[in-house]
Ligand binder design. Structure first.
Ligand code: 1CP
Length: 348
């Protein structure tokens, strides 16, 4: 158990002295020291594949700020890469695949990667980070959800309207289920390998769950993420983040995860009423708040803490990842505000 176990206790809704805080994309381009290491690595993928450098950038935000968690430096697209899709990054355009999957033959031919063989660089990075952290704070491992991974794999990269992946879903639902089935097995094996290597919390990013209709979200996303939650060992807290998923909180709260990530469009007050004692909540300050002055940031932190209210079960975070041109001093203002203001919400 890490010395600072605020994150773990909050996710299990046990009493804490103050609200833990970490930030999605906390290791990333807004930090000058990250940009330096990325340059040294050559490109983003080489950085992910080098355990020493991945460990170095994971630690960078912890050396600057009083965060209560580390998150493995990697990417959700390592699984499709290990399945042979050929991930690469085009400057200014984001991730791309050389071999997107669109047809029955592509999907049937996809292998389910063996994490220690095909994603050994991630397991090695986890082992090194775990050792380097030496129990300072918990280490979060993660994966994309099957649906979100399928979006990138079918589209061949980022998408504005998801026409190819939705085309597959509507025209050939059985084939879509076949792809999601394979991805569910791949994600489960991958998260469990990260756990064996030393991560203490796992998070599933369903970044594109919110683009589905309500019924399709249940069938094509939540049914699969729920199976992943089921295979996470009981003692490892798990979090599901569905961007744009605020309208499905009740269903998500019943899906077997210990915590739900909230984006900034859902009121955390009403979210807490709706999920009751079933799950903890993580979020949900608008990432764009960090463009405001430190004084305004502190007021907004106070507002999120007050909106959650008294008691345990809250992990402070942004509602999505930090943007690359945020002033690092503004992150400090956010973190320090959580340390300063949150204890009052945990006194008897
Ligand atoms: O240096 C660079 O230019 C690369 C930018 C970058 C970074 C820093 C990418 C490319 N990925 C990452 C790291 C990353 N990605 C982490 C590291 C840990 C941390 O949070 O500090 C994590 C957890 C992710 C997860 C991830 N990758 C998600 C899910 C979370 C989210 O942001 O919604 C998604 C959708 C991706 C795909 C991806 N990888 C990179 C980019 C720019 C994207 C998004 C592309 C798009 O908008 O569609």
């Amino acid at each position: 158990m890490p010395k600072n176990d605020l994150l773990i206790r909050s996710l299990l809704r046990q009493p804490v002295e103050r609200t833990p805080v970490w930030m999605m994309r906390q290791a990333g381009r807004y930090l000058p020291e990250y940009r330096k290491v990325r340059e040294q690595a050559g490109d983003f993928l080489s950085l992910c594949m080098n355990p020493e450098l991945a460990c170095e950038v994971t630690m960078q935000p912890l050396d600057r700020y009083r965060f209560d968690a580390a998150i493995l430096f990697s990417d959700i697209l390592t699984i499709p890469h290990a399945m042979g899709l050929g991930l690469h990054f085009v400057e200014g355009e984001g991730p791309k695949f050389h071999h997107p999957v669109r047809h029955s033959e592509d999907i049937k031919a996809l292998p389910v990667p063996d994490p220690e063989d095909d994603l050994g660089y991630v397991c090695d990075a986890v082992r090194l980070i775990h050792k380097t952290l030496d129990g300072r704070v918990p280490l979060i491992g993660f994966s994309g959800s099957p649906w979100t991974l399928a979006c990138y794999m079918v589209e061949g990269g980022s998408s504005r309207d998801f026409r190819k992946v939705k085309g597959l879903l509507y025209e050939q639902p059985q084939l879509m289920h076949e792809l999601l089935e394979k991805l569910t097995n791949a994600v489960s094996a991958y998260l469990n390998a990260q756990i064996s290597a030393g991560v203490e919390v796992v998070m599933v990013f369903d970044t594109w769950g919110g683009v589905l209709s309500a019924e399709d979200y249940q069938h094509f996303s939540l049914n699969y993420t729920a199976r992943i939650a089921e295979k996470v060992p009981q003692e490892i807290p798990s979090v599901l983040f569905t961007k744009g998923g605020g309208q499905w909180l009740e269903a998500m709260a019943d899906s077997g995860f210990d915590g739900l990530g909230l984006d900034w469009t859902t009121s955390i007050t009403s979210a807490r009423h709706r999920v009751g004692d079933k799950v903890a909540l993580q979020g949900n300050m608008d990432p764009l708040t960090l463009y405001a002055s430190p004084v305004v940031i502190e007021q907004r932190v106070e507002r999120v803490l007050r909106q959650f209210g008294h008691g345990s079960g809250h992990v402070f975070n942004l509602g999505h990842g930090i943007l690359p041109d945020i002033d690092p001093a503004h992150v400090e203002a956010m973190v320090e505000a959580v340390h300063k203001i949150s204890p009052q919400f945990h006194r008897e």
